[in-house]
Design a binder for this molecule. Structure first.
Ligand code: CAO
Length: 563
């Protein structure tokens, strides 16, 4: 058995970087370059890849430990993967219990001096020869520990920005890490030489900087004629590739969708994945240490969104900001209860309608004094029939008549809104409040039924709704909905249209009101009604005519008998 101890490579001088995530466990088979752990310093978040393939036999650290370069991470049994190691050109594959540093993970290779700098310092300029030149400097992609292309995911500066030495210039991202490239000097940004989304390799020019004062650190310096001028002191010139500062592996958000998420704990691979999915990381709840968002959190979030009801999809796709979830247990005892399926479906439908339908609600009061007197007179007969007559069947009857007289109120939109479908039938939906939630059974051909028949059907459908015995076809095909809260109370409300219908009538509680008859106030039973309609289809005139007619029908009971 051949053991290799994998240690922390050069991580750009970061001391005491915290282990925030373990990506492997004892017994795991690890591929060459597979990420082992995630380290995070105050500025950096980085995945440390395996320098050897093998099987994890021991973990030498734990989440929360502070590690620096050279500290042991884990021990691998590499005997089964000797060929891999040989392939990787590892000269020490056969040594036992040997510490190795992954050169692949070496992110410390620094911002370097332009090795090909040509020209000489402008000796005529005393400031320049003293190392205090005002000159221009190109900031390039440093050694980022990979030969392949990396993507410029964020430009951190704009032309005209005054920046300090060490300020981030761009954020680069490979599939293993996201890195902020620090400016090697203070100065003003003269030109951006790269765009977001570009693929770059080591040495690519990023920005042109006007360096004002102070000794120039190693970098490409050019004079105003764009001729490269070596302004570094002789000692620097003698060393063409001194280390200035390491690229920082970013803990900052790199996704444009995560603008204000600077306090998020997310590893580079997860950030990259989030960007590919278009997921705003701020919306993802982290389950890792310190609330760190790990890959599983992102996966769970995406599957939840895909499986979730349309309300969530609407919110996701429409750019409507979501309401943040709050931990109410901070304020007092709470209990969580799964919502019924009906409740969830209703929530989806209501959101869909609220977001799609331009709602207008019109109010009126119907004088149902005569209707109520008539209804009272039928009480004995109702009892004889084993029934009970509420105002609702009268209202449904009147609505059916008013709909047939104003067919636009029972139409629906088709073909992306270019066509209106008129219906030559009059099935009316009736909202029923049940312990499981709101259901809307449908009274078929309400216009053809007597008030007695309607009364019986309403009672039967309401009972079925409460007993969860409604069949699917008993809840389909309505052209309009009536929502009566008259038995509950309230002076008025604005119901939400039950799409694809274009109108809904809200009925509130009737009460006795003083009504002026031209010479005196009379006590009259007034029924408040409110009509919400889709203003894409129904205009105020259509709605006004419908509601006025409806109120007239309810106020003059004889009219009901004529239809
Ligand atoms: N004004 C005053 N009283 C009214 C009334 C009104 N508008 N409507 C009904 N009432 C009275 C009835 O007359 C009856 O009283 P009496 O026995 O003294 O006559 C009492 O209220 C109870 O009626 P009910 O509930 O037995 O029957 P209903 O026909 O009035 O209502 C139904 C049936 C299914 C509409 C109702 O039970 C219901 O579920 N309503 C809620 C609908 C709802 O939730 N809508 C909101 C949807 S949006 O969230």
């Amino acid at each position: 058995m051949t053991h290799q101890t994998i240690v922390v490579p050069d991580i750009g001088g970061a001391e005491g970087a915290e282990v925030v995530e373990l990506l492997v466990a004892v017994g795991d088979a690890v591929e060459l370059e597979q990420s082992l752990i995630v380290l995070e310093s105050d500025k950096a978040s980085m995945e440390i890849p395996a320098s050897h393939a093998g099987v994890v036999v021991e973990l030498k650290m734990a989440v929360g430990d502070q590690l620096s370069e050279g500290d042991a991470i884990l021990v691998l049994d590499t005997s089964a993967a000797a060929s891999d190691n040989a392939e990787a050109g590892d000269q020490e594959a056969s040594s036992t219990d040997q510490s190795v540093v992954s050169t692949d993970a070496d992110l410390a290779s620094a911002q370097r001096v332009d090795e090909g700098s040509e020209g000489v310092a402008d000796s005529a300029d005393p400031e320049a020869s003293a190392g205090h030149a005002i000159s221009e400097q190109i900031v390039e992609v440093p050694d980022i520990g990979t030969d392949g292309d990396v993507e410029v995911v964020e430009l951190c500066v704009s032309v005209g920005d005054k920046i300090e030495e060490g300020d981030s210039v761009v954020v680069l991202e490979s599939d293993k890490a996201s890195m902020e490239v620090p400016s090697p000097a203070a100065g003003e940004v003269l030109e951006l030489l790269i765009a977001e989304g570009a693929s770059v390799t080591q040495g690519a020019a990023l920005i042109k900087l006007s360096v004002t004062g102070g000794s120039l650190p190693a970098a490409t310096a050019i004079d105003s004629n764009d001729t490269a001028v070596q302004t570094s002191p002789p000692v620097v010139a003698a060393n063409p590739a001194p280390q200035v500062s390491a690229p920082e592996v970013s803990a900052q958000p790199t996704s444009p969708a995560s603008d204000d998420a600077s306090d998020l704990y997310v590893g580079p691979a997860v950030r990259k994945l989030a960007r590919e999915f278009g997921v705003d990381l701020k919306a993802v709840k982290g389950s890792g240490p310190k609330g760190r968002v790990v890959k599983e959190d992102l996966q769970a979030y995406v599957s939840q969104r895909l499986a979730g009801p349309a309300t969530r999809a609407v919110s996701m796709g429409s750019g409507i900001p979501e309401v943040a979830e709050i931990d109410f247990s901070k304020f007092g005892p709470v209990r969580h209860e799964e919502r019924s399926r009906i409740d969830k479906v209703t929530a989806t439908n209501m959101s869909k309608s609220w977001l799609n339908v331009p709602h207008v609600t019109q109010f009126d009061d119907a004088d149902i004094t005569d209707l109520e007197a008539f209804r009272s007179s039928l009480k004995a007969e109702a009892e004889q029939r084993g029934s009970k007559l509420s105002p609702v069947p009268f209202i449904i009857k009147a609505v059916a008549i008013a709909l047939n007289a104003n067919p636009k109120l029972k139409s629906s939109l088709a073909e992306q809104g270019d066509v209106l479908v008129y219906k030559d039938y009059c099935h009316i939906g009736m909202a029923v409040d049940t312990p499981n939630g709101l259901v809307v059974p449908v009274i078929r051909d309400a216009d053809k039924k007597s008030v007695w028949a309607l009364s019986d059907e309403i009672r039967e459908l309401a009972a079925k709704a409460k007993d969860k015995k409604l069949k699917p076809d008993e809840m389909q095909g309505a052209v309009f909905t009536v929502s009566s809260l008259g038995n509950i109370g309230g002076r008025g409300f604005t119901p939400i249209v039950n799409t694809p219908e274009v109108g809904i009538l809200g009925v509130s509680k009737a009460s006795t009101q003083p009504v002026w008859d031209g010479s005196a106030f009379q006590p009259r039973t007034m029924l408040p009604v409110s009509l919400s309609y889709n203003h894409r289809v129904v205009n105020g005139g259509d709605a006004g005519r419908f509601l006025t007619y409806l109120v007239a029908l309810l106020s003059d009971i004889r009219q009901l008998a004529m239809n």
